[in-house]
Design a protein. Sequence first.
Length: 87
Amino acid sequence: MTKYRWAVLKYPDGRKVRTIVQEQEFYPELTRLAMVYGVKYRIGPSCAEDIETALAAIERQHRLVGRRIAGARPLSPDFGRGSGGPI
């Protein structure tokens, strides 16, 4: 089961946001935020067991739904920039 931890993000304007991140050895998304926007982050304690269970269930549902999504209709040969009709 995936482990989750609390993270505190501090923006350059002084705002602080507390969020949940998946536990990893290296956090590429947070490092990218730090490099691009100057955000400082601090990884905090682990989440409670009930929060981890809920997040794992949400992640499973999201993956299942995401695989079955199909386009509403095929794009026209000009990729929708012209008539907008189907192929």
